[in-house]
Write a protein that binds this ligand. Structure first.
Ligand code: ADP
Length: 603
């Protein structure tokens, strides 16, 4: 231990003060390891001051007993090694609850280590004007320092995965200290251990202990945790949605079928209420699933080529059905110069506009609803400007801001009797944003509202593959002679399908597993297969793949599933299914599919 090099000591001290100043002046996260790091810096600072005092004593500038001050310095050197080992141990274990105990144990051992320092002998020597301390106490310190180095090596080797890139400064410590101790043993007048500790502290600051880096690291951890929680929520909702859809399929299916029976008018009214309530429940399930996926950024835009007139026609049919018997004039005003084919996510476009049209139908008692579509074309981009204007209850100006909040329903005293979830416009707004569009609302309270959406879509001159042309929705179908095989493990679902198909005069066969389906098809053929996906032992998709192994298998197969998460339709169509029908089965959707795949010579 040399007692002269003021410059190096002052410089190291300056670095420490600088680090402490920056550290405390920055916004930081105070994890246990950060506290240990600060303890390390403070210990090194005090140690540097003590070493300076030792030098001043050796130069007779300060008149304190060298024996005391040097022993204090040695204890501080040892303490630094102990704190660094605590640090290495802390970063190698994730058990935060153990941090306190670990630190305590190290400190107790440290206290034992310090006892001999008070008793061992120290020599003060003069070598050509360089004063240095030597003797038993110094040799003892070297042994303990090597002991701490060894523990650090063991910890790093054992926990290299957990420590990761944080091991860099620790390796620097092990490496530099070993060299410094070796040199000191060869020539006791060369000693820079304390300054090397400052270097390790500085290295730690720039690599792992910088408050900014720590903050980013913690934010990343928090983001990952939040993402995990959000994904778990979405998965939970998806599963719930599937579970709720299965009983809903029975409620909706049987009540739809009952409506067509010859039942007393009062019973019919009640069945209609059941249908309406279950439709509302389904809307809620779909809405919650959509909003959670939108919030988790899990909803993707799926662009395909589509026929604009088909989309508009579908919307008109659905809105007319929604308006029903109300004394409302439904006006349409479509730009005749609009391109026939566009490229974009028509399912989402339809969902956005349908929400607006449904709201118009819901919140208007009488008057008119105008559905207007105009276009602005630039190069191959067509801006669709779609507006829905109504003469309904209107929205108070100061409430317009709340309109797009989820579960927000306005003017409840007026529309308490109108079924709704308060999710429609929240989903609409998020979908419009996702499609990089704009939505604006104008409203005259008590007189009506106008919602306008602008969305860009790409113009397609000629579609690359044929696009389904406008299909008229049929209320009643007669497909006498068409043989249909329904595959579903759930007995009630089979009964619902059988009941819905009864009125169509189709010949229906029911089986309850993929294996039974495969076996049956070996001896019999059908015109159409309605196949459920989530079945035990063999899923619908696996069953279909097995069937497809036979090159002669040509029977149109429709996936009929409660797995109605967005994007599922595309997934099933990509698997090769001819069509997709979500549960609860919608009578009109079923009819459209039956008309498409019926035995043609029968109609
Ligand atoms: P829901 O209709 O299911 O309640 P929305 O998110 O679609 O949920 O709408 C939120 C609220 O905005 C509605 O409860 C209603 O108060 C108001 N609103 C939406 N559209 C209209 C409209 N065309 N006319 C009047 N009020 C509307």
């Amino acid at each position: 231990m040399v007692m002269n090099n003021y410059f190096l000591l002052f410089f190291s001290l300056l670095i420490n003060v600088f680090i402490l100043f920056i550290y405390f002046s920055k916004k930081r996260i105070n994890l246990f390891e950060n506290k240990i790091y600060i303890a390390l810096t403070i210990c090194n600072t005090v140690c540097l001051i003590t070493e300076t005092l030792c030098n001043l004593c050796a130069s007779n500038i300060l008149l304190i007993d060298e024996n005391i001050i040097v022993r204090l310095f040695l204890i501080l050197l040892l303490l630094w090694g102990c704190i660094l080992t605590i640090y290495t141990n802390i970063i190698s274990t994730k058990r935060t609850d153990k941090y306190g105990v670990i630190s305590m144990l190290y400190l107790i051992v440290f206290c034992f280590f310090t006892i001999p320092i008070f008793f061992l002998h120290i020599d003060f020597l003069d070598f050509n004007g360089l004063y240095y301390a030597n003797g038993e106490a110094i040799n003892y310190i070297v042994v303990i320092a090597l002991f701490y180095i060894l523990i650090n090596v063991i910890l790093i080797v054992k926990n290299r995965k957990e420590i990761g890139k944080k091991m860099l400064p620790i390796i620097a410590y092990i490496f530099l200290m070993t060299i410094a101790i070796s040199i000191h043993n060869i020539d006791p007048t060369i000693s820079a251990i304390n300054c090397l500790e400052t270097f390790v502290i500085l290295f730690m600051y720039f690599t792992i202990e910088n408050p900014d880096l720590k903050m980013i690291e913690q934010l990343n951890i928090a983001r990952d945790q939040a993402e995990k929680a959000n994904n778990a929520k979405t998965d939970f909702l998806s599963n719930m949605s599937h579970e709720i859809r299965t009983p809903l399929n029975a409620i909706i299916g049987f009540s739809q079928a009952l409506l067509e029976e010859d039942i007393p008018p009062s019973a019919k009214e009640e069945v209609r209420d059941i249908v309406m309530a279950s439709d509302n429940l389904l809307e809620l399930v779909n809405g919650i699933l959509d909003i959670s996926k939108l919030e988790a950024n899990k909803l993707e835009i799926v662009n395909t080529e589509y026929s604009l007139s088909k989309v508009l026609n579908d919307l008109v049919i659905l809105t007319k059905a929604r308006i029903g018997e109300k004394p409302i004039e439904f006006r349409t005003n479509f730009d005749s110069s609009a391109p026939a084919y566009l490229y974009g996510d028509y399912t989402r476009l339809k969902q956005i506009v349908l929400n607006l049209l449904t709201n118009a139908a819901k919140y208007t008692k009488e008057g008119y609803i105008e559905f207007k579509v105009s276009t602005v074309k630039k190069d191959d981009i067509c801006r669709l400007i779609i507006s829905v204007e109504d003469t309904g209850i209107g929205i108070q100006n100061d409430k317009i801001d709340k309109l797009f909040n989820k579960f927000e329903r306005l003017d409840l005293d007026k529309n308490i009797t109108i079924e709704g979830t308060g999710l429609g416009l929240a989903i609409t707004k998020k979908l419009v944003d996702l499609m990089q569009g704009k939505i604006v609302v104008q409203s005259d309270y008590g007189h009506g509202s106008k919602f306008t959406v602008a969305i860009d879509q790409r113009i397609i001159a000629t579609p690359t593959k044929p696009i389904d042309e406008v299909q008229t929705v049929v209320d009643n179908v007669d497909i006498t002679g068409t043989e249909i095989l329904v595959v579903d493990d759930n007995k009630i679902n089979l009964k619902v399908a059988e009941r819905l198909l009864k009125d169509t005069n189709a010949i229906v066969t029911l089986v309850s597993s993929g294996m039974e389906c495969i076996e049956l098809l070996k001896t019999k053929t059908f015109d159409l297969i309605l196949l459920d996906d989530m079945m035990p032992t063999m899923s619908g998709v696996d069953t279909f793949k097995k069937l497809k192994e036979d090159p002669n298998f040509k029977i149109p197969t429709v996936m009929m599933t409660a797995n109605a998460i967005e994007g599922m339709k595309e997934k099933y169509l990509n698997e090769g299914f001819n069509d997709y029908l979500s549960k609860p089965i919608n009578r009109k959707e079923l009819n459209t599919i039956l008309m498409k795949y019926r035995k043609k010579n029968d109609v």
